[in-house]
Design a protein around this ligand. Structure first.
Ligand SMILES: Nc1ncnc2c1ncn2[C@@H]1O[C@H](COP(=O)(O)OP(=O)(O)OP(=O)(O)O)[C@@H](O)[C@H]1O
Ligand SMILES: [Mg+2]
Length: 336
């Protein structure tokens, strides 16, 4: 649905060039939730803003449904922005307008609908985001999560095919974040809407994204299915971001092993997550398994496990375990 080709962007500040994006190439499919993650200053906002040309790239193309949006004229661009909704970190609501009026605003300015049509659409949107009871309140009377629901409803008003979310949950507490993420997932499934979201939290990526690109210093460090990036991070930046969400920890290497013990990281997903993996390994050998650390959870809909296990019980038994692991289909890495 979206193809980003050789995108470059630089800014000028104090007569110096700041390279915000360098040679970004990405494909985003219809109906998926695509995450872009990176540290502060990595270029995330710049990149997402090129997708509706709030930011114009210096070089490269952005194709949406095959159409090069960097070549669009003024009229076509205004029309494009109605097909692409956007949600912001700080909500950007009109404070002098009520919830219903905020949601109505993008419908009104198109001049395309009658008052009745607009009212019906606003009702529908209020219901979708669960704010029927708050329709006549002003933004100052709402919680952060409620404000973001208004932001989402407003972004969906003109039934866009694509929703861009720039740190939509970064100003919210963890519980409210979870409820907004659930809402985005529900909208994605119910309306088949493509969502591109940016975040600096792996947890956001893990819970709702299908694929992810990791941005570092304006370039794509790695990209792929969330399961793959999460369980087998290749780039130092990805590992650091995962460490913050406790999914990865280089300190594991300093664990004090028993005599002859081996420290092994086991990674498995899907079907294997329902198997008694450790029991099978120890029952078939004389080895002992000590779980040092571990996560058994889900990446969106895929169950997975990542365990750091010390196998001990003698050299022979440990060798047998490693031999069995080699034939098991379980990803394993002997750390020490
Ligand atoms: N209008 C601007 N003028 C000059 N430099 C800019 C401008 N906008 C962004 N930059 C610079 O471009 C780089 C990328 O900025 P961008 O806002 O895209 O990063 P980000 O990943 O969204 O960061 P954050 O997580 O802090 O929001 C940064 O070095 C930033 O300082
Ligand atoms: Mg940003």
């Amino acid at each position: 649905m979206i193809r980003i080709e050789h995108l470059h962007k630089k800014y000028q500040a104090n007569k110096r060039d700041i390279i915000a994006l360098q040679d970004i190439n990405l494909d985003i499919a219809q109906g998926e939730i695509f995450g872009i993650i990176g540290r502060s200053g990595a270029g995330k906002s710049t990149l997402i803003r090129t997708l509706n040309l709030l930011e114009r790239p210096d070089d490269g193309r952005v194709l949406i449904d095959g159409e090069d949006i960097t070549a669009l004229g003024h009229e076509a661009l205004l029309e494009l922005r109605q097909r692409v909704g956007m949600v912001f970190q700080h909500f950007n609501l009109l404070n002098a307008k009520t919830v219903a009026q905020n949601i109505d605003w993008p419908l009104k300015i198109t001049g395309r609908y009658s008052r009745e049509e607009r009212a019906a659409r606003v009702d529908e949107l209020l219901q979708l985001v669960g704010l029927e009871a708050h329709r006549d309140q002003y933004p100052s009377q709402l919680s952060g999560g409620q404000k973001q629901r208004v932001g989402i409803a407003r972004a969906l008003a003109n039934t866009p095919r694509l929703l861009l979310c720039d740190e939509a949950t970064s100003s919210l507490d963890p519980e409210t974040t979870a409820s907004i993420l659930r809402l985005l997932l529900e909208i994605n499934r119910k309306l088949g809407l493509t969502i591109v979201l940016i975040t600096h939290e792996m947890e956001v990526i893990r819970s709702i994204c299908d694929r992810v690109a990791v941005l570092d210093a304006g370039a794509v460090a790695e990209h792929g299915k969330v399961v793959d990036i999460f369980l087998r991070p290749q780039h130092a930046v990805t590992r650091a971001l995962l460490a913050e969400s406790h999914a990865w920890d280089e300190n594991d290497l300093y664990y004090q092993r028993r005599e002859g013990g081996k420290l092994v990281r086991l990674t498995y997903a899907g079907e294997l997550a329902a198997q008694p993996i450790l029991s099978q390994l120890t029952a078939a050998t004389a080895a002992l398994a000590t779980i040092v650390r571990g996560t058994v959870s889900r990446i969106k809909d895929t169950p997975y496990g990542q365990l750091l296990v010390e196998f001990s019980g003698g050299e022979h038994a440990v060798a047998q375990v490693l031999e069995r692991l080699r034939h098991s289909g379980i990803d394993h890495e002997v750390l020490a």
